[in-house]
Design a protein. Sequence first.
Length: 258
Amino acid sequence: MMSIQAASGAIISIRGLRKSFGPNVVLNGIDFDVMPQQVVVVIGPSGSGKSTFLRCCNGLEKAEGGRVDICGHTLVNEGRMLPEADLNSLREEVGMVFQSFNLFPHLSVRENITLGPRKLRGLSRAQAQIEADELLKKVGLTDKADAMPASLSGGQKQRVAIARALAMKPRVMLFDEPTSALDPELVGEVLQVMKLLASEGMTMMVVTHEMGFAKEVADVVVVMDGGVIIESGSPQTIFTNPAQERTRSFLQAVLSRG
Ligand code: ADP
Ligand code: MG
């Protein structure tokens, strides 16, 4: 057994993380630590392994090599995964928001938010509703509590998805391109909620192409390419003086697109 240790004080610690799909090596040795209250923005070309990296951090994908420690659990170590029961409690501590919202279409906004707390945190309907209404206020959707998801804009749906994740009282939030499916005019309202969370001290890992958000909010920017982290650093360094030519050309491609 390799003696790989989590960094002390880190809330997420990743060592030698490897993941393949068949012959396709998607993560090829990732080492990274996230400290409590840090906001880490992950950037890199399509197919570089960003989503897989995030999914390995909450057990949606099983890494076959290396180790992931998160919120005090060893999620995976050399291919051995936490038992299912512990995995469920870990997922309560690690919230995830996807590009495609994934709201329950047959439930109202409020019911989308109260379902998890009632089932998994054992809250009464009344208590879950009180908490849901507080969260809806936080994401600016108090007036949509009884609406059905289909009646909402993409930006509103994504804010509900964030509120739903927060209802589990997570210690870490993972965002996988949360604004990529939105019309441009709706991106800002979602980023604003994420900025609020960051300012409240939420630990966050965010895959995004929103470089303005990264510059303003990230403590650390991680650049992935070909299944590895090619560099990481402050937004200032990554955006103005990256060490890697591949970072430079990726940023040029993203910035010339808009
Ligand atoms: P990114 O989010 O940076 O675009 P992904 O992590 O989604 O990258 O994908 C990295 C690589 O892994 C891609 O080549 C993709 O086709 C492959 N991949 C991702 N998920 C799966 C899967 N479930 N089965 C097979 N291949 C996958
Ligand atoms: Mg992706």
